[in-house]
Structures are given as C-alpha cells and as structure tokens.
Ligand binder design. Structure first.
Ligand code: GLC
Length: 823
C-alpha cells in the first residue's frame, strides 16, 4: 500500500495526497443524492444539481492533462504582493506541508506559505442543495499579516460544457446581495433538450444560483465580472484583483459571469481565523436565500461539513470487514460502496466521463450496493427503472432525469436487468410485495412490477436465430459490439448465458406465484439455451462469444483478433450452463489467455483494425477499454468465477491484480487513484499496459464489493436464506465481516488460513451448527434473534465448531431469552 504520492489514513477511510503531481488527477466525487461536486487534488472540478451535464453550476472543460479549471481560493500578502492558492491550481506556488485529503463527504486542502497556514475543506451537507467551504487561516510567524482572501468560480448555470461562452454570457444576470456578501446568478436561457416545441433555446434556466462569503468583517472583495477580477489577458495564476486596489464590483447583464468574493483581513501573530463560503442553488431566489441563511455562519459551515462526513460514515458502516489485508478492508469498508453510491447512483459522473443520465443496465446493477446495507433503496431504484420501460417490454438504453428524455436503443440485454435485479432483491429481502407495486410504463398504461418483469422476459423471446440463440440486436452488455446484429441475424452467446440465469430465478418465482405455465415455459427455454450453447458455441477449449450478420464467429480459436472473450466463460461458470469438464476447460483457458498481472482481459488479442461488421469496439486503440483491455466491470465476474471454481490461487491473484492500492505501489505504471476503481486498465497491445483510467464512473465498484462479500467472504443471499460459503484468499488471515440481513446485523468470523476445500465447512450460530450452512429467518426467530439483533456466526473447516467469543450484549440477551423460553 506504499505509494509515492500519498497513503491511506484513518484506518483506510481517508486518503491523503502529499505530492500533487500524480500521473492523472486523483479526485473525489461527493454527492448527497441531488447536489454534487467533483474536486481533484489540484483543485480542479465542478458542481451540479440533479444532472452533471444539464444543470451544472460552475464551468469546467475536460482537460485531464492541465486540470486547471475549478473553483479556487487565493491568498495574497498585501505587503509582499505574493499571491498563492490553497489548492495547487491555479497558482502552483511553492508551499510547505501540502496535503489533500479525500474522505467520503469531504475534501480538505492544507498548505503553508509566507507565514500563513491555510486549511480548506469542501463538503456537501445532506439534504442541502449546496456545498460549504470551511477556510481556516493561521498566522504561523511573528508578524501581523495583511492579507487579501479571494475565492473564484465561473458560472455555467445550465448545460455543460459551456464552450460558446460569447453566446452564453449574453443570457446571464448577476446581482450583488450586500446583506449576505453574495453574488447571485440567473440565466434566462437553458439548452436542456426536453423534446418539446419551446426547446429551441427559448426557455429560462429555472433556478437561481448564489455564492456567499462568510466571516469577512473588513474591506470586502465582491464582483461577478471576470475581467474586473482577473484583469485583461491575465493568467488565472495571478489575478490583478488580488493585489493593489480591490477590483471594481460589477454586476448585471454585461460582464462574463463569475463570482469572486472575499476581503482584506489582518491576522495577528499566532492568530487563527475561520472563514467560509457557501455555493448554493435554489428553485427561486427565496429558497436560495433560505439556504444561504441556514448555512451562512462559520459555525453552521463547520456543522454542515461534519454532518456530511458523519452521514457517510454511518451509511458505509452497515457492511464491512476486518482482515489482514489493508487493501481489502479499505476498499470494502469505505471506498467501493462510496464510489457506487456517491459517483454512480447519485452523481452519475466521474472526471473521465460526465453522464447525469440513468443507464438502464448500469444503475440497476449499481443499486445492489444497497442490498447488504439499506435494501429499501434498491427497491426504490428497481421501481424507478420499471417506470422507464415501454409497454412492449423494451426500455430506454439510458434516460435523462430533469428532461425525462432518453435513448430507446435495440440492445437486447437492457430490459433483462430488471427481472435479474428484482430477483436479486427478493432473494435478499424475501419482500415479494415489490411485485405487486403498480408502476406506469414510459409510453402508456401501467402494470404491476411482476407484469413489467414478465414483459421483459417475454420480450427477450421475440428475437432468436433459427438455431435457438438470442439475437444481439444493437449490442449486448458489451456496448462496443455495436454492429454485429440486425433484425434477423447476429447472435450473442453471452446473452444466452445471461438469459438462462434469469430464467432459472424466474422459474422458481413463477412457480411460487402460481404462474405454472410461465414456470414450465421458463424452465424449458432455460434448458434449451443450455443445450444450444453447448451444441454450437463450444470451441474446443472455451465458449465462443457471438456471430455477426454473416454468421461468422467471434471468440473462436480461428479468429485472428478477439479469439477468446472473458464474459462467455465467466457466465457459463457462474450460471452453471457449462458441464463440469467444460467449466474446468473454460476456466483453464481464461487463466491461460486472459489473466494478467494487471487484471483479467475482456478479450484477447485486441482488434488492431476497425471492423465495420463488429462495431466500435474495434475502433478503440488496441488494448483500450473494451478492446482487449481489462474492463473492470467484467473483471469482477472473473473474480466471482474463480471463487465458484474454488480456485483460491486465482482468487488471490485476481484480487491483487485489480486492487488499486496494490497496483498503485507502482503509481507511474498505474496512473489512477489508489482508492477508486478504474473503468478500465490498458491491455498488452497498449503502449502503456497496466495503466488505469476512467475511474469513479464505473459499474465495477458495486460489483467488486458484492463479489468480495458474497463470494470471498461468502455471505450470499439466496432463495433459501443467507448461505455461508467463504472462498477467501489466504492472505485475508483472520476475518471478521458484517452485513445487514433481514433487519439483523450478521457477523461472521473465520480464519482464511485454515480454509480447506471440500465439504468440511461448518458454520456455528452461538456454538451450535447451522443446518446446510444456511441462515434462515425461521432459525433466527426460533432463537429469538429478532429484528435489530446481532447474529454471531463462526465458520471453520474440518473440525467441530467453536464457541463464538465475544458475543454482543444484544445477541447474548436474545439468545438467553430464547433459552429461557425453550425451558
Ligand atoms: C459502459 C456502459 C455499460 C456497458 C459497458 C460495457 O460501462 O455504461 O452499460 O455494459 O460499458 O460495454
């Protein structure tokens, strides 16, 4: 976990960067569900409400090499005229004691220069449409300091990026709120595409934004005009308004709308001063003023920043681990779930990609991060997605909140994620009432969620090839296979394997719900899929992936590029579609051709020439993203498959190869953040194999957390209960893990070093063996472990179960109650 740019601190729950010259920006994505911000270790980044492309507060243009646009705090020494910034950008001054600390819910910069130590914390308080900045200044020298403090941001107020600035600046109005020491900004144009006649640039941005300074008592700095603060042709590194006369205060309709706020202060020797800023957005001026008034004191900013951190630590603490591997602990206790919730589900953005939209398959998969924590939030996400399905069962590939517009493509897997994740939710919670919820369709009518799911499944039956493989249509999980299919040809083997998993779940559910005809139909179709995949798609040593419209195979030993694809092997193993000897052969092929020291490749070898009959995957540079790189989302399924194969060496190897803290020990090769999963890592044909990118906005975070807890720790919700079945790398050593299950906290202990393969696992609940190693609600009730209780499990191999020590007070009390009743 050693890295030359920083380290994990606070038990892995925070990351401290001490050298900002990281190979790529190392960012934090902080969202409270509606308001969000991204901030890099340089100080780059942007802020938004509800949609990071359609409703953006501050200007930012993607340039990860310069990383120079963001929101900043300058400090000028009025005697020496030295100007610096608390974050490295924009001044890049020599400072001492630099730290940027990213935590769930906050980022803090610290730096010292010229006898002034500055600490700047940015946070997004829960429930507020605002971010708060807490600024602490300390005079560390013997003389009084005369300082000018100036904060700076550029208004975007609408769709991003705002490249045609000369056009956009004509629609702003800014105001000076003298009482609140604030700049307010309105814009009477909004380009968001609603798909209605008034769309044609004839709609106002329906919010008011405001930026307020807090705690400045002396001469104030306040302007909303870019040139009056920066000066003509000035560098952001040295705004003219920071030295000499304070800049002219200009507001109204005729400037280039920014906000620069602060003032001149004197800081006596040894004195510390707390100041602050609030950046907020309101539906109207009154609600904006209310937010600023609520947050606009140094005390309330401090409380709001604390609340942001507290909110996250409570949320994240519901599931976690203590093992001998610090990387495993840090990722599974804090960072994976934080990434999945803050960046994927709420912010829907990263630094390499700004989306703002909901992907049909994407956020449904992400919502599984709630299952072991707050399953009712997964429930809500499922119903939200169901409302974006059409009455024929098809769905939007993605849709925008705010405008409710989207892209109804023809990818033949999208709609199937609804029944898959619904089944996953029911296995977790046993809450079948979700199936009775009435949800509208995106076009017309409404139906129960059960009917929505059935329409998805039945929609999947409508397009099959003559020999019985599903057609791929616009694409399947792999968006880049965008040209393989049309209405009548182009088949997907992965889709067959995926559908088979869904049909197996829904055969049980349909039978249980008395839908006998569906149950029989699903069972028969599932078996047919297994048959056809094994009849036509087995290549000798692995499963082929797909056919193109001319019937040519992808993923065959005879293919020049794309000879073997990962997902066709992992899903054949995970879904048990492969007979035992093929499962072993396919897994051996994965190990031989796809596992590397920097993760499992999505396919090999990469395509080196564009192929119009395959799709845009072949247009990426070879080794980039889906084209033969490590696609982290799919890599997590390889980790699950390794556990399913009981291949502990491979589990250990894959974990270490994808773990960012491990990879970042060689940060020059890895590039990306050690605390966030990347979307992809360059493959062998890249000039930089092993280089990670596209961090934060990737569906791999929720999955790696799920695979870690379900398969490696082995607490997996299934139809019959919570199955205990660890397959941990030996390096985890002594393990204690906990998660929520049916209203209880379930804690599991075992020693991974004692793991023995085979049938020798036994699991004890309060010292008494658990039948079939499956925890059931009936068993919990029988023992008086009711909702709210902590359940203590111990797993061991090859011997008698040991008594669990120590027990929580609640568990002891309820267990004693149960014993009392039993007498
Ligand atoms: C992107 C898409 C996701 C897709 C994956 C593989 O991450 O958002 O939906 O499955 O690429 O192509």
């Amino acid at each position: 976990m050693r890295c030359r740019y920083g380290r994990f601190i606070e038990n892995g729950s925070a990351y401290e960067i001490t050298d900002p010259a990281t190979p790529a920006p190392w960012v934090n994505v902080i969202s409270n569900g509606r308001y969000g911000l991204v901030v890099s270790q340089n100080g780059g980044g942007f802020s938004w409400l509800d949609h990071c492309q359609l409703n953006v507060l501050t200007r930012w243009n993607m340039d990860l090499v310069r990383d120079e646009q963001g929101r900043f705090i300058y400090i000028a020494d009025l005697d020496s005229e030295d100007v610096w910034s608390v974050s490295p950008q924009p001044c890049r001054a020599d400072v001492s004691g630099f730290r940027a600390v990213h935590r769930p819910g906050s980022t803090t910069f610290e730096a010292e220069r010229g006898g002034v130590r500055a600490t700047w914390k940015l946070a997004v308080p829960p429930g507020e449409h605002a971010e708060v900045w807490r600024l602490t200044l300390e005079n560390t020298c013997g003389d009084t300091k005369r300082l000018r403090i100036g904060s700076y941001l550029e208004w975007c107020c609408g769709t991003a990026p705002d490249v045609n600035r000369e056009f956009h600046k004509l629609f702003f109005t800014t105001h000076h709120d003298e009482v609140r020491h604030a700049v307010l900004a309105e814009k009477n144009l909004w380009e968001a595409p609603f798909g209605t006649p008034d769309d044609h640039w004839n709609r106002p941005w329906p919010y008011t934004a405001g930026f307020a300074a807090v705690g400045f008592r002396g001469e104030r700095l306040v302007t909303s005009d870019k040139v009056s603060f920066l000066g003509r042709y000035a560098d952001r590194a040295r705004p003219s308004g920071m030295t000499g006369d304070r800049p002219a205060s200009r507001f109204g309709r005729f400037g280039d709308a920014v906000a620069a706020l602060g003032g001149d202060i004197e800081l006596g020797a040894g004195e510390t001063r707390e100041l602050g800023f609030v950046l907020a957005i309101g539906d109207d001026k009154e609600s904006l003023e209310g937010t600023i008034d609520r947050l606009g004191t140094v005390e309330s900013i401090r409380e709001a920043a604390d609340a942001s951190e507290r909110d996250w630590s409570e949320r994240l603490s519901r599931s976690g681990v203590a093992t001998d591997r610090e990387d495993f602990n840090a990722l599974n206790n804090t960072w994976l779930a934080y990434q999945a919730i803050s960046a994927r589900l709420w912010g829907r953005t990263g630094y390499y990609q700004q989306s703002g939209a909901f992907g049909y398959r994407d956020q449904l998969q992400d919502s599984q991060v709630w299952l072991a924590r707050e399953p009712e939030r997964c429930r809500a996400q499922i119903l939200h997605h169901a409302a974006h399905q059409f009455s024929n069962g098809k769905v939007y590939h993605w849709w925008n909140p705010l405008t409710e517009t989207g892209n109804p493509t023809d990818c033949r897997d999208d709609f199937l994620w609804l029944p898959l994740i619904t089944a996953s939710y029911i296995k977790e919670t046993a809450d079948r009432s979700i199936l009775d919820e009435t949800v509208p369709f995106a076009d017309e009518g409404e139906a129960t969620l059960l009917e929505h799911c059935l329409r998805s499944i039945r929609q999947s039956f409508t397009r099959f090839s003559d020999r019985g493989l599903p057609l791929i249509g616009g694409c399947d999980w792999n968006d880049g296979l965008s040209a393989l299919g049309n209405e009548t040809s182009g088949e997907s083997v992965w889709l067959a394997l995926f559908l088979r998993v869904i049909l197996r779940d829904w055969t049980s559910l349909a039978a249980e719900l008395g839908l006998d005809e569906d149950a029989a139909d699903f069972a028969a179709r599932g078996e047919a899929l297994v048959r056809v995949v094994n009849d036509v798609a087995w290549d000798g040593a692995w499963y082929r992936r797909a056919t193109d419209v001319d019937g040519h195979w992808l993923g065959s030993a005879s293919s020049l590029a794309g000879r073997i694809f990962l997902n066709a092997q992992t899903w054949a193993i995970l879904g048990e579609s492969a007979p035992a000897e093929r499962r072993s052969a396919a897994w051996a092929s994965v190990k031989e051709h796809l596992l590397t020291d920097y993760g499992p490749l999505l396919l090999a070898p990469a395509y080196t020439e564009p192929d119009a009959k395959i799709g845009y995957i072949t247009r990426y540079a070879p080794g980039a993203r889906e084209n033969g790189g490590v696609y982290m989302h799919a890599a997590t399924w390889a980790l699950a498959a390794a556990a399913k194969m009981r291949d502990r060496d491979a589990v250990e190897r894959i974990w270490a190869s994808v773990s960012p803290p491990v990879r970042c020990e060689d940060a020059e090769a890895y590039w990306a953040e050690p605390y966030a999963l990347p979307g992809n890592v360059d493959g062998p044909l890249s000039d930089l194999p092993g280089r990670a990118g596209w961090t934060w906005y990737t569906g791999s975070a929720a999955w790696l957390n799920k695979v870690s807890m379900d398969w490696l720790i082995g607490m997996r919700a299934d139809w019959d209960g919570l199955r205990i079945d660890p397959c941990s790398p030996a390096s985890l050593g002594r393990v204690t893990a906990h998660r929520q299950w049916r209203g209880r906290t379930v804690r599991l202990r075992f020693n991974a070093a004692e793991f023995v393969d085979g049938d020798s696992l036994s699991v004890a609940l309060d010292g008494e063996a658990l039948k079939d190693n499956v925890l059931t609600e009936a068993e919990l009730e029988r023992r008086g472990l009711t909702v709210g209780a902590t359940v203590e499990l111990e797993a061991s191999w090859g011997g008698a179960s040991r008594v669990v020590e120590p027990k929580s007070a609640a568990a002891v009390a309820t267990a004693e109650d149960a014993q009392g009743r039993a007498k």
